[in-house]
Design a protein. Structure first.
Length: 128
């Protein structure tokens, strides 16, 4: 069961590593966006919960999920080690680098890094 945790005033849905795998866009809607929509601004999902197609950008799966998050004005944070996916792709490192420069999608090693990004003055605070 996901938990809502507040990091520096930002409600974050922290998904359990043992939850359902995200293998379709509908899974993302049901298990991530639906669970967060009324109570969180950020969804932190372990990288192990995402189907391998998410990290193979040629499938379009990541783009579909990222678009859903944008449509619902939720931020997505992929938590965990994705080094093997980065090594297997020429495009994924560019996506990760660009995403981590922005405000809405991040690829971070752990929840501590997320808390740092959300801290006042951190790189991930949205002006509001």
């Amino acid at each position: 069961m996901p938990d809502i945790v507040e990091h520096h005033g930002v409600p974050v849905l922290v998904c359990d590593t043992d939850g359902a795998s995200i293998t379709t866009v509908q899974d993302a809607l049901d298990h991530l966006i639906g669970a967060a929509f009324a109570c969180a601004e950020v969804v932190a999902v372990p990288s192990t919960r995402l189907d391998g197609r998410f990290f193979d950008l040629s499938t379009g799966f990541a783009g579909d999920i990222l678009q859903k998050f944008a449509n619902y004005r939720l931020r997505l944070v992929v938590i965990g080690d994705i080094d093997r996916h980065l090594a297997a792709s020429s495009a994924l490192p560019d996506l990760v680098r660009e995403a981590n420069r922005g405000q809405d999608i991040w690829f971070l090693p752990d929840l501590d890094a997320l808390s740092e990004r959300l801290a006042p003055g951190g790189a991930g605070r949205k002006a509001g």
